[in-house]
Design a binder for this molecule. Structure first.
Ligand code: ZN
Length: 402
């Protein structure tokens, strides 16, 4: 809710007069030219797959005018992605990439250089910006008021030969869900101050139970980031999901609190603004999993490229929030939930820009009832069933809305 409120607050402060309107878009074999009736602020280019597309976000732009496909581009579509951003989508007949581009001297037209690419090269471009192009000084619209932006390293993932096994039907058209058992190896996660129960053991057992229930449904494919007691850095957890092209990422955790009274499950989705202090502190604790002897393993990797994911991620965040609500609905009859059970915070493990992701804190291992429930085969199966039925409804809805 808080996230929605922030976005809305941002939207109402946009001044429409700064926007240039698209007059015409023309594609040829090696270029796409976009003409505007006034100055705009910036153009950002990125790729999307399934089907292959190139998207051009025009900051300080509004949609309009006519469009002509050509060359590798089968169709040109436009949509007002946000009040301050026109999105132009180029449907590709064959894989192609934008290698750069330039605004005209008066800032009224933008030429993007296009070249055909191999499928592998195109897929390799997913998740990062191909180009950010700004008009010449003096012919640039003033930047729209900043709404929402986070930056995140992209998980380096593993080599594909190291990717986890896929459980369930071998039909590649079925959606893939990646279940992430939190912590592992030298990182035990939370430890119950009362009986020494370790989060890493509970999360693995629950992840396996969710996997079993999902496989039983026969409607999705499932992979686990770990199937044994080993350590994985946070970026590699969502990196695995991205490498495998997962449609949903679910990270399983179990908290411990000083107070034995604290109990119930919470679902978290990503926001740079935490919904409360407790959510913020929890995210800080979970994000510490990467820090070993003072060295931040997640930040030490030179292969990790940083990108700005403000616009792409907003869509992903909405889908994640919808799934969070669905999960709470399905879990309610089966397990104890906290009264304020959907919260937001900046968890590293949720930062894949293009994979809807949630973090499920299944309860408090420091609470006698929750601890017994989460350690029991019956409790683990109840959590598994809750997640599995939410996953099924989620994909059924997404299929229906297409
Ligand atoms: Zn945890």
């Amino acid at each position: 809710m808080l996230f929605t409120a922030l976005i809305a607050a941002g939207l109402f402060t946009i001044t429409p007069s700064i926007a240039g309107t698209v007059r015409q878009i023309a594609a040829s074999d090696n270029a796409v030219t976009i003409y505007f009736d006034d100055v705009v602020n910036k153009a950002s280019v990125f790729t999307l797959s399934g089907p292959n597309r190139i998207a051009v976000d025009i900051l300080g732009g509004t949609t309009g005018g006519s469009a002509y496909a050509g060359g590798p581009i089968a169709a040109v579509r436009q949509g007002q992605f946000a009040p301050d951003t026109a999105r132009i989508v180029l449907d590709l007949e064959q894989p192609a990439l934008v290698t750069g581009g330039q605004f005209s001297d008066d800032g009224r037209s933008l030429k993007l250089n296009l070249r055909q690419a191999a499928t592998g090269e195109f897929l390799g471009s997913l998740g990062r910006r191909l180009a950010d192009i700004v008009p010449p000084l003096g012919f640039r619209a003033s930047p729209p008021k900043k709404q929402y932006e986070v930056s995140a390293p992209i998980g380096r993932g593993n080599d594909s030969k190291n990717l986890p096994k896929i459980h369930g039907p071998s039909d590649e058209r079925l959606p893939l869900v990646v279940i992430d058992a939190g912590h592992g190896g030298h990182d035990p996660g939370a430890i119950s101050p009362h009986d020494g129960k370790r989060e890493k053991d509970i999360t693995l057992a629950i992840a396996k139970s969710i996997c079993d229930e999902l496989v039983k449904s026969g409607r999705v494919r499932v992979a686990l980031t770990r199937e044994n007691d080993r350590f994985i850095i946070l970026q590699d957890r969502f990196g695995i999901a991205r490498k495998m092209g997962a449609n949903l990422f679910i990270s399983i955790h179990a908290d411990a609190a000083e107070s034995q009274e604290a109990n119930g499950a919470t679902v978290y989705t990503l926001s740079e603004t935490a919904s409360d202090r407790e959510a913020q502190k929890l995210a800080a604790r979970e994000n510490k999993a990467n820090i070993i002897n003072g060295v931040n393993l997640g930040g030490a990797d030179s292969n990790v490229s940083s990108i700005l994911i403000d616009l792409t991620q907003r869509e992903t965040m909405n889908v994640s929030a919808d799934f969070a609500k669905l999960l709470l609905r399905e879990a309610k009859p089966n397990m104890r939930l906290r009264s304020n059970s959907h919260k937001f915070a900046s968890f590293v493990v949720l930062k894949a820009p293009d994979t809807p992701s949630i973090l499920f804190e299944t309860g408090y291992i420091s609470n006698a009832n929750d601890g017994a429930f989460l350690s029991s085969a019956d409790g683990q199966q109840k959590v598994g069933r809750s997640v599995a039925s939410a996953v099924q409804v989620h994909f059924a809805r997404r299929l229906a809305s297409r």
